[in-house]
Ligand binder design. Sequence first.
Ligand code: NCD
Ligand code: ZN
Ligand code: ZN
Length: 346
Amino acid sequence: MQRLELRQPDDWHVHLRDEDILVAVAPLTARQFRRALVMPNLAPPVTTTAAAMAYRQRILAAVPSGFSFEPLMTLYLTDQTAPAEIERAALSKVVMACKLYPAGATTHSDAGVTEIHRLDTVFACMAEHGMVLSVHGEVVDKDVDIFDREERFIERTLAPLCERHPRLKVVFEHITTAAAVRFIKRARPGVAATLTPQHLLLNRNDMLVGGIRPHLYCLPILKTENDRNHLLGAATSDDARFFAGTDSAPHSRHSKESACGCAGVFSAHAAVELYATAFEQAGALDRLEAFLAERGADFYGVPRNTGQIVLERGDWVMDTQISAGKDCLIPYGAGQTLGWRLKRGD
Ligand code: NCD
Ligand code: ZN
Ligand code: ZN
């Protein structure tokens, strides 16, 4: 196959940040995706509908004219989030989901939730309004190995939560393990998962063998080849619960290449091409459109996009760096060659 025409895709999990980084990355996501669910882990986090609406305006201001990009907003749940805020969010039509970060689990999660049961009235209110709960699924207990944190989260937190709130729509974000795939396949209706390009293409050896590659360090951390195979199998299956969420997470070069480097892989420059590469590896390019452009929209209850994108076969070399104000960002696969190229993003 030399050319693929696909319905315009959506990114159901992206970090656009703010200020210089926002200005640098918003055009990249807007070129690749018609809509994107924007994560609220700014500093300080986006905890109110008013803050989400203001952030949405800053994003739109950073998107060049000529793109019909639509940012879909999220609220950051804290121990203090009140049901009244959920009511406001639901009425806004702008906020599509609330994000659960267990406190301390990932980048900018310090203000996250420390005791999930405290939010049961908030979850009940979300279920009533059909608002999606988007979950960073890792336990933070010191005694749990970093490679086991997702699996423990399923047992200790996610499975009981889905049972306690049987009508709550839940997205298990950026899943990384065979255990997560098994959980989603058996879960009740209304529970789905997003998958990132890096977790479909890489395992932990890619990050750690022959030298440590900080630009491949993200959370949840890359897992084993067996896990990767299960993730790729799920993404390329006909199961509608698995869809695209890049988790593109830009950090300045100096904060990645550091004695204590930040977690996050930046993939917005080539996300669609990276997914195409993974699907081709699995011999499943015929499922790419459903994964990128149909299942997520259906789950979130928004119409599928009507425009088209075109992917053409042809080698190209990814940028080695992307400047962002005085800083620069190192994109996933910097300087490497990809075999698919997005020709039209709008
Ligand atoms: C994300 C970020 O940098 O905001 N980092 C990451 O490693 N995935 C946060 C997140 O999605 O957990
Ligand atoms: Zn996360
Ligand atoms: Zn993320």
